[in-house]
Design a protein around this ligand. Structure first.
Ligand SMILES: N[C@@H](CCC(=O)N[C@@H](CS)C(=O)NCC(=O)O)C(=O)O
Length: 288
């Protein structure tokens, strides 16, 4: 193979062959005009059930399960493979063109919220739930929330990209990112050896942020046979925690919202009412 010599100035090669080359661009901003739909609930979520999307639907379902009736939400499907994140309405909610994006209509004026950790903190503070109000517990929860935001791009954009999506398997990046992801799993394993949940004794927004990524990895839901490749079973405390969280009914529901892939009975592409989980999963809609 001829070694790559970077040119003096980088130019955009649209046909780079990667799995997401059709949506990756070196510029921001909208590509087309599109107004976003708005439903009747105080919260309007525009998302998809990727790990970043699941964080927020799990939070909404957990809030509702805990009795916070004001947390009712409409969840609209954003198909990132088709470029919905570049519509003008979506870009007005999130100038970074990535799911999840939220409009909060519960106050006197609508508020836009983007970046999943910002959304989790916004909701936790609004409802006084899943984040201690002050003190060391609050700081520890935010420590781990920020750890997730800084770490997961190495798992998804680094390891996952080169292990599962790049046009060829290259040893150098796979080695580099496998090493980093294993180190991250060990960080979590050591923490979870001493605490039932990530930030201590209680289930918090830190668990909601970390579980879809690292719980998904150890439960074998991510990047083909990566659980075997990374020997995730050896991180026994992470595995225990991942299974415990998966057993929560609100987590099971949250995973289904805005899901447009996998088994049809686990796909609730749009969620507008609690009854949708019983009546409007994709298997039932397609049988009508
Ligand atoms: N840091 C962001 C990351 C969001 C993100 O990467 N979203 C991905 C899906 S998981 C996306 O929308 N990708 C579409 C694109 O890159 O065009 C967050 O935590 O909200």
């Amino acid at each position: 193979m001829t070694p790559y010599v970077p040119p003096k100035v980088w130019t955009w090669d649209k046909e780079n062959g990667g799995q997401f080359s059709n949506i990756n661009r070196p510029v921001a901003g909208p590509t087309h005009a599109k107004v976003l739909p708005v439903g009747q609930h105080p919260f309007q979520l525009y998302s998809l059930a990727t790990p970043n999307g699941q964080k927020i639907t799990i939070m909404f379902e957990e809030l509702l399960a805990a009795g916070h009736k004001g947390a009712e939400y409409d969840a609209w499907l954003i198909n990132i493979g088709k470029g919905d994140q570049f519509g003008s309405g979506f870009v007005a909610v999130n100038p970074n063109s990535k799911i999840p994006a939220l409009m909060d209509h519960s106050g006197p004026a609508p508020v836009r919220v983007f970046e999943s950790a910002s959304i989790l903190m916004h909701l936790a503070e609004k409802f006084g739930a899943f984040l201690p109000a002050s003190g060391a517990g609050r700081t520890e929860t935010i420590n781990w929330l920020m750890w997730q935001m800084g770490s997961a791009p190495y798992l998804g954009g680094g390891f996952g990209h080169f292990f599962a999506y790049a046009p060829e398997k290259w040893e150098y990046p796979i080695n580099r990112f496998a090493m980093e992801v294993k180190r991250q799993m060990d960080v979590l394993d050591r923490q979870l050896a001493e605490h039932p949940f990530i930030a201590g004794d209680d289930f918090t927004i830190a668990d909601m942020a970390i579980w879809p990524w690292y719980g998904g990895l150890t439960l074998g839901n991510s990047y083909a046979n990566s659980a075997e490749f990374l020997d995730t079973a050896s991180y026994t405390h992470v595995h225990r925690w991942a299974r415990q969280i998966l057993a929560r009914p609100a987590v099971k529901r949250g995973r289904m919202v805005n899901r447009s892939f996998g088994p049809l009975n686990e796909q609730l592409r749009e969620r507008h009412d609690a009854s949708d989980f019983d009546l409007r999963t994709q298997d039932k809609l397609e049988a009508q």
